[in-house]
Design a binder for this molecule. Structure first.
Ligand SMILES: NC(=O)c1ccc[n+]([C@@H]2O[C@H](COP(=O)([O-])OP(=O)(O)OC[C@H]3O[C@@H](n4cnc5c(N)ncnc54)[C@H](O)[C@@H]3O)[C@@H](O)[C@H]2O)c1
Length: 326
């Protein structure tokens, strides 16, 4: 593949739920030295030993520029953000990281002709958006600072693409489910915690009502979608921001699927007003037909496959950590 020897990607916000796994997948394709992971947190030993890691604060433009120039970076993956629930608890910080940080990244990408990937989210929709399904183009009036900053990102990126030719690429991710990395304070986090609880205490207390349906995706589908989209030829893209979908489920549906393997799992529901309110304003399903048509997006994991895989991985993790498995 033509890019293999030139790609040097920089990830900021790379130590969160999604960054490490994506870097790993990209390194398998492009070589470990060609992908630089960065964050403002100290990396765990295994991540540090996995490949190049540097400190980079998305708010420090000069430092970002130095990294891009000195390393001849060609792709930039912008993962640093404050997620929905955390953002509502700290609106000023969310505004700074999610909006000022994004402006830095857009300027940097434009200045250095980078291919820029910025993820968006189901949170970029709001109560006046069509919810079942939400198409790519529709009313977007989110009511969280997280959603507002993501819509701002989508619009700024598209504007700079149309005005100056910036190679901006954005996918609206559903809630992402992973076993090895912890979620970062979003509204869909319960769908990860329930697996740990199923194999730990055998009991999960859910902060959403049982019938709250949200779009979700296995982390490996999310990484594969991101790489396939980044690799797609520009002429394949009729949009710069696409929905990607895999599964939509409710807490009671995922619990029922887990019970096929862990029959003793009990779930109680204690809705948290902040997160329930956010979830009620988000789409129940995504329409991703444009992504499927334009660049061939197709998820691999349905609900049964996701549950089997998550239980296997969480069980291995608990066993390796010397924890009991119920
Ligand atoms: N995880 C999901 O379910 C999901 C769903 C939709 C969209 N997304 C998007 O994907 C991206 C990655 O999400 P995630 O789940 O890995 O998030 P996360 O919260 O787990 O990680 C975000 C990372 O950003 C870093 N960060 C914070 N402030 C920073 C700063 N000033 N400079 C540099 N880094 C900083 C944090 O240290 C953290 O490691 C985010 O943009 C998020 O909006 C995630």
């Amino acid at each position: 593949f033509i890019f293999v020897y030139h790609i040097l990607s920089l990830f900021e916000g790379g130590l969160g739920q999604l960054g490490v796994g994506l870097a790993q997948m990209l390194r398998e394709q492009y070589g470990k030295e060609n992908v630089i992971l960065s964050d403002i947190k100290r990396p765990p030993a295994d991540v540090f030993n996995m490949g190049p890691f540097v400190y980079a604060d998305v708010l420090d433009y000069k430092n970002l520029r130095e990294l891009v120039v000195n390393n001849r970076i060609t792709w930039l993956v912008h993962y640093s953000a404050l997620l929905s629930a955390v953002g509502e608890a700290n609106v000023t910080l969310a505004r700074t990281i999610n909006i000022t940080g994004l402006h830095n990244v857009l300027d940097l990408a434009l200045e250095n002709c980078l291919r820029l990937f910025v993820p968006s989210t189901i949170g970029a929709f709001g109560p006046s958006s069509p919810r079942d399904p939400a198409p790519d183009l529709c009313i977007q009036r989110p009511r969280t600072i997280y959603g507002v900053s993501k819509v701002h990102g989508e619009l700024m990126g598209e504007y700079l693409h149309h005005k100056y030719g910036l190679d901006f690429r954005c996918l609206r991710y559903p809630g992402v489910i992973s076993a090895t990395t912890k979620p970062g304070g979003g509204t869909t986090d319960y769908a990860v915690q329930i697996f740990h609880d199923a194999l730990g205490s055998g009991h999960h207390e859910c902060y959403l009502r049982p019938q709250t349906r949200l779009p979700m995706m296995h982390i490996s589908d999310c990484h594969r979608a991101t790489i396939e989209f980044m690799q797609a030829d520009e002429c394949q893209l009729s949009l710069r921001t696409y929905n990607i979908a895999a599964i939509s489920f409710t807490p009671e549906e995922v619990a029922a699927e887990i019970r096929k393997h862990v029959p003793q799992l009990t779930v109680t529901y204690k809705p948290d007003p902040v997160r329930q309110n956010i979830a009620d304003s988000w789409p129940m399903r995504f329409d991703d037909s444009n992504a499927r048509r334009d660049w061939g997006w197709k998820p691999a994991y349905g609900l049964p496959e996701l549950v089997t895989d998550m239980l296997d991985r969480v069980q291995n993790k608990r066993t390796n950590a010397g924890l009991p498995v119920s």
